[in-house]
Each structure stands twice: as structure tokens, then as C-alpha cells.
Design a protein around this ligand. Sequence first.
Ligand code: AHR
Length: 498
Amino acid sequence: AQHKTSVFINADQGKHIINKNIYGHFAEHLGRCIYGGFYVGENNEKIPNTAGVRNDVIEALKELKVPVLRWPGGCFADTYHWMDGIGPKDERPTIVNQWWGGVTEDNSFGTHDFLNMCEMLGAEPYLAGNVGSGAVHELADWVQYVNHNGTSPMADLRRENGRKEPWGVKYWGVGNEMWGCGGHMTPEYYANVFRQYSTFMTDWSNSSSLFRIASGANVGDYHWTEVLMRDVPKNLVEGVALHSYSFVEWNEKGSATAFNEAQYFSTMETALKMEELVTRHSTIMDKYDPEKRIALVVDEWGGWYNVEEGTNPGFLYQQNTMRDAMIAGTTLNIFNNHADRVRMANLAQTINVLQAVILTNESEMILTPTYHVMKMYNVHQDATLLPLEVMGGSTYEMNGKKLPAISASASKNKAGVIHASLVNIHASESKEIEIVLRGTENSKVSGTILKSAKLQDFNSFENPDKIKTEDFKGFKRKGDKITVTLPPFSVVVLKIEK
Ligand code: AHR
């Protein structure tokens, strides 16, 4: 029997800030993410742009409040030589993207382009260094190039290339997936490599304000996290990464849009696994770092399906449905609720790749359901997490398996406004939730909802606004209780203000 779900929120109990960087994104030189997605070239007369970056994309990402953007990979990062992407564009060497489609690119989007674009977006850059096929001095030089204010070989070169002030890049990845495309290393070996690279990374201002992120575990590889936490001295590392994607089955991912309910259920099973993953990786980190100084950085997450028919399999271009909205809503609630340790996450990937927030087709651009969820949830950025308890949670069941149907998180911002984000992943049943919000009897309640008629619905270039947010009226207020009816596969954000 299904029981009513109660969510108890104590509005006065918040201790941890939800780091806005949990709402971060990831942009790799992969398919049409950078070229065609972000960047169309300075001389493009058909697509309005600023320094080659699409104006429609800049506007949409500013609205989203992207806090941090990871670049240039991914697997690509460990083959990327940053010096090939600076200086006059017509003199830059080419690079063959060995990971993604074997295409040759001209390095026209490089360090200046990316960092200036981050400034336009108001996002912090997160640079992933080449450890797999690079050199210690190459990464140390990159840091000096972008961060040194004084006279030095790299700072002088930066000025020669037209940028006087350093950008002051704080976030640095020391390699990517070092257990795989980053060099197939063992954790023991990589821990030593990390120590070496990290030692020579300095912000060049004696203030040690760099945030160095160690390439982390693949999903449930807890041994990887254990070894890094054990073997890397705490003064050399600020973050440890984790990658986990959601899919039906890794070897049989299925279509992004033509999926059945069983495939949806399996996808949500892998998505909700994130709760166990961050809990168990955090527990290992607690053992070595009880003060929680080192962040868990989930710098790749999202849904991964087969590419759209007729597109290059190496470009990972997929559509985005209400299933993806469910992945985004539940995953972000998990990250919020673990805000004490999870202090950055990067959805893979921003434009035209995997669980994208934006899709482009020449001069056209559309926003996906995932975009709308990320925008609804941006109210949590830098707000105080309000711990909550979900009681008598109703379930979503299939073939003898059970998933929790309801996911929730809540926060209070600096102005005292409370937001609660609620997801019902059930494919066919509405769910009634009773929210008990102690101490908020006389406040004003409003809400926003993302829903659609079918789980498989998506926004297309022909019908770009099929799925969009609406005002939510499906709640009743009585004293300190709000009874909410969540339609099947919907996301709601409630606003509770004085
Ligand atoms: O996001 C696509 C790829 O997935 C990344 O390049 C890699 O890090 C991961 O395996």
C-alpha cells in the first residue's frame, strides 16, 4: 500500500551552505560542444556572436547563473597542449581529437577564448590539466600564464598575446579519469604523480589560493578514493573528484527519446545510486579528513544514451526528455543534501553533448528540460541547506524492485526566503506530500513546476517550448503544513517567504 509522504523541514536548523558550484557545468572539445555550440568564430556573419561566442548561448547561460565551467575535457584534456591554443589563430597548429570522432581541429578556441568567455558568463573557470600525456612544467607554465601578475616568461607571453591582467584561475584538475583515458594508472601510482604535479602548481602570489582537484573514482571504486586520501598529503589537495553517469545499461544505452518504462526505471536506478556513491565516498574522506577540508567534486554526471540517428557516434549528441529532468532534479537534491562534502559538481555537458542544457542547429538554439530544472534550482546557490526528513516515503516499483518516488531538498537564502525542491519520479502516479515547515505559519507560498504529458517528451527545433516551466498551484496551506500534489514525473520548486 502507498502511504502519504511527509517531509519535515526545520527552518532554523541550517548549518551548511550549498556551494553554488554544485550547479557547475562541463564543456569539452567533443562533437559540437565547443565548435558550433559555444564558439562559431569571430568572422561568422550568420550567427550573432561576441568574440566568436554565440550571443544566444551567452544570454541563456547567464540566466542559468552558471557558477563554474570545466574545460577542455574530459579525455581530451589529457591530450591537450595549451600552448597550441594561444597566439595568432592562423598560426596555430592543428590537433586530431583522438577520443571523439578523430576530427582535426584548428585550436582556434584556446585559453584566452575560454577564460574571456567565462568572464562574459560570470562563471569561474575550472581548467583540467594534461597529466596523461603532458609534463609537469607544461601544467606549471599554464598556471603561470593565466595567474602571474609580475614579470615572468609566461606572464610576459600572455601580455604579448593581448591580455594584461591575469585571470586568476582558482580551480585546476590534475588530470582526468587517470584510471582510464588519462593513462590507465593504478591509484597508488597516480597518488604519487598527483603529489609531483601539485607541488609545482602555485598561484604565483604566495597566497596558495589554488584549488587542486585530484582525478577521482569511477563510480563505486572506493579503493581509488581510499588510496588518494591516504597517500596525498592534505596540503597538496583541495578536492577529490568522482564520475558517475546514468544509463539503461552501459553496453546497451538505448535511445534518448524512444525508451520504454522499464528502461526509464533502470536509468533512474543508476541516477539514484548517486546517494550511495556520495555517502560512501564521503565516509572514506571523513576517515582521513574529519574537518571536511577536502571537497568531493562530482565533475562529471548526467544521462548517457545512444546518439541521435544519423549523427557521428563519436560526438555524443543526444536529445533530452522528461527522463533527463528527473535525473537532474533528483541528483541536484542529493548534492544539496550532501553540501557539507559535495562542494562542486559539473553536469556533462553544456551544449550538444550528453545531458546538455542547450542544443544548437546552425543559427537555432533550444533549451532542454534539464536547462529548466537547473534554472528552477539555482535559487539554492549559496543558500543554507535546511536538513529534512522524508517519512513514509511512497515508492516507485517495477519487476520486484523499489525506488523512492519522492526526492526533496530545501534551503534558506540570505533574505530568509525558503525554497524546497521536490521531484516525483513515478511514471504514472501523482503523489501527495505533506510538508511540515515548523515556524513558518504566516508566510506566503508560491511555486514553479516542470511537467509534461509524456516522459518521452522533449523540446525540438520545430517545437522549442513544448516543455517549459509554469506557475504551480497544486498545494494547500494550513498552519505550518503545506499539502502538495505532484503530478507523475514532475519537478516543483516551492518558495516560502515572510
Ligand atoms: O563526458 C564524456 C567523457 O566521459 C569524458 O571525456 C570522460 O572524462 C568521461 O569518460
